[in-house]
Design a protein around this ligand. Structure first.
Ligand code: COA
Length: 281
């Protein structure tokens, strides 16, 4: 398999379907895969053809976490410099994904272990198959859940669930992952793509500048005091106004107040008419 093949992707109807593509290795993340994933994310991020990115896995796994052979053993054999480089490459693409320009959805089709929690958390939304299985398996092979995984469960789960998950290494299925809020929801495997497509289309129907501002705001304010958050949100909205060349918020108000063509409590304004709409200043 060539280096390019470890990540596959296609773009259809403004949805970029990006897949971990080492099914024979349960999509575990090698340094090669991490480097390739960064290239793919880079190529898609500002493409006009892409409005939403979905991250999924080929075969039975979403991702079986870090590659114990290539990421850990072989890299450690090369020394500390190589270890740090591998960490930078893995953490680098997860960070890139956390602050991605487009909204992102993790479509968790199967196994999701350990290091896989990094990209899982990096995606804005996550939909799992009921049949998917999640686990912090690190404890089973003698390490703590590193690479951000401990932070992910503490941020997303209750302390009791996070501690249980980290200390026992027991697996949970998609339904429990949804109940624990590790993912937004779970659906039968047979309905997974359909549900993710439906969700992606909801996101595609929103103002993209507002989506980027909102997703960053949700992550940023978590670490802020109320006053800092209040101020950040004012500045972020003012910056979004500057970046939104369609002046979407004025158009959104116009279609509701003047045209009465939709109700913001019930649906989105019609983006397709924003740029050329009368009343646009
Ligand atoms: N690192 C390195 N190799 C891995 C791997 C990983 N994280 N996960 C799977 N593989 C490899 C296996 O070694 C095997 O290689 P081989 O065909 O050369 O023998 C191949 O992928 C298939 O794995 P296998 O264990 O036979 O598949 P399975 O479907 O029976 O089991 C898992 C799937 C995910 C339960 C199992 O592979 C597993 O426990 N993987 C490790 C999970 C883990 O602890 N990840 C955390 C890392 S931070």
């Amino acid at each position: 398999m060539s280096e390019q093949d470890v990540v596959s992707y296609r773009v259809e109807n403004r949805i970029a379907w990006v897949s971990f593509n080492r099914p024979e290795k349960r999509n575990c993340m090698s340094p090669t895969l991490n480097r390739r994933m960064m290239e793919v994310l880079d190529a898609l991020e500002y493409s006009d053809d892409v409005g939403v990115l979905v991250l999924t896995g080929e075969g039975s796994a979403w991702s079986a976490g870090m590659d114990l052979k290539e990421y850990f053993r072989e890299t450690e054999a090369k020394g500390l410099g190589a270890v740090r480089q591998s960490q930078r490459e893995a953490y680098g693409w997860w960070r890139r994904l956390r602050w991605y320009q487009k909204p992102t959805i993790a479509m968790v089709n199967g196994w999701c272990f350990g290091g896989g929690y990094g990209p899982l958390f990096a995606c804005d939304l996550a939909i799992a198959a009921d049949e998917a299985e999640f686990g912090l398996s690190e404890i089973n092979w003698g390490i703590l859940p590193g690479g951000g995984a401990t932070k992910v469960v503490v941020d997303l789960l209750s302390m009791r669930d996070a501690m249980y998950h980290a200390l026992t290494g027991e697996r949970i299925d998609g339904k429990t992952a949804a109940a624990w809020k590790l993912v937004n929801e779970s659906v039968p495997r047979a309905r997974l793509e359909e549900r993710v497509t439906e969700l992606a289309n909801v996101l595609l129907g929103k103002n993209p500048v507002a989506i980027k501002a909102a997703k960053d705001a949700v992550r940023r304010v978590k670490e802020m005091t109320y006053d800092n958050a209040e101020d950040y949100l004012v500045r972020a909205q003012e910056a979004a106004n500057f970046h939104d060349k369609t002046d979407g918020r004025k158009e959104g108000i116009r279609q509701f107040i003047d045209e009465k063509s939709y109700k913001p409590g019930l649906a989105s304004y019609d983006l397709s008419r924003a740029a050329s709409a009368p009343g646009h200043d």
